[in-house]
Design a protein around this ligand. Structure first.
Ligand SMILES: [Zn+2]
Length: 78
């Protein structure tokens, strides 16, 4: 499981089935509270979602081991 160079690959957790999911895109949408960053994700079971970026569950960030540690700590608080 090494040797990959997808440095920008961002993984999260599917809100529907808890499988590993990949963030495909980030974009902003206008809301009543102004521009809100949204993400498009798809999981291993082919579920697709668009949701606010702040609701993402950071499973691991491949490029940044330090952020990966933070993500695991954050998940533990749930
Ligand atoms: Zn899913």
């Amino acid at each position: 499981m090494s040797g990959r160079d997808d440095h920008s690959l961002e993984l999260t957790q599917c809100p529907e089935c808890d499988a590993l999911a990949e963030v495909l895109a980030r974009f902003t949408l206008a809301s009543t509270e102004g521009l809100v960053e949204h993400v498009r994700v798809t999981c291993l079971n082919k579920h697709g979602f668009v949701m606010p970026a702040e609701r993402l569950v950071p499973e691991r960030l491949v490029a940044e081991p330090s952020q990966r540690h933070q993500a695991r700590a954050r998940r533990r608080r749930d």
